[in-house]
Design a protein around this ligand. Structure first.
Ligand code: FMN
Length: 182
């Protein structure tokens, strides 16, 4: 499939985030025909319906989501759920008329965190994605331990097995997106 645009959205705002490291690795290893860009949530404020105009960072985010063929959601686990920055990004996107930015859009999830590798958070995120009508890729699931040496001090992914999983997930996402377009 040619010209597939994927937007990576990371729920951690940390500069040395391991979840961002997963997305950076994905961007570097994107297969032929896929281009991955990364959203920046650092300046995206909490959704507030009272705002008469969207702040510039929100406009940028929504434009990036609109032009993406698929989403790659990097999901840190905070207190057994997914991080608020990611929820907030989805909340903003969901308020566009008729959920037009998200409905039917293919998406994949991966994450790095404590012992369960963000499994609990990812399953909360999956539940939310059902309501948002995103078309989630089921497998491979990617649950990474952020503290076992799989990432370097800058959050870069150095674990070979996880590297292979990320590459495999991108290939599946590419195929899944093509299938949904048929
Ligand atoms: C507020 C907060 C709550 C957390 N709760 C959990 C948790 O419930 N389960 C878990 O596995 N890790 C938890 N962690 C650890 C994060 O998953 C870990 O810091 C992870 O590396 C964050 O991702 P990052 O490297 O992309 O910033 C928590 C971290 C924070 C800051």
């Amino acid at each position: 499939m040619n010209g597939l645009k994927v937007l990576g959205i990371c729920g951690s705002l940390r500069e040395k985030s391991t979840n961002l490291g997963l997305l950076r690795y994905a961007r570097e290893k994107a297969p032929a025909g896929m281009e991955i860009s990364l959203a920046n949530l650092a300046d995206v404020p909490f959704y507030n319906a009272d705002r008469s105009e969207k702040p510039p960072a929100v406009k940028t985010l929504l434009a990036q989501i609109a032009s993406a063929d698929a989403l790659l959601l990097a999901c840190p686990e905070y207190n057994y759920s997914f991080a608020p920055a990611l929820k907030n990004a989805l909340d903003w996107a969901s308020r566009e008329p008729d959920n037009q930015l998200l409905a039917g859009k293919p998406a994949a999830i991966l994450g790095a965190g404590g012992g369960l590798g963000t499994a609990r958070a990812q399953y909360h995120l999956r539940q939310v994605c059902v309501f948002l009508d995103l078309r989630l890729l089921n497998k491979p699931e990617i649950f990474c331990n952020a503290f076992d040496g799989s990432f370097d001090e800058r959050g870069g992914l150095v674990n070979e097995k996880i590297q292979q999983l990320v590459v495999a997930q991108l290939a599946e996402l590419q195929e899944w997106t093509a299938l949904l377009r048929r």
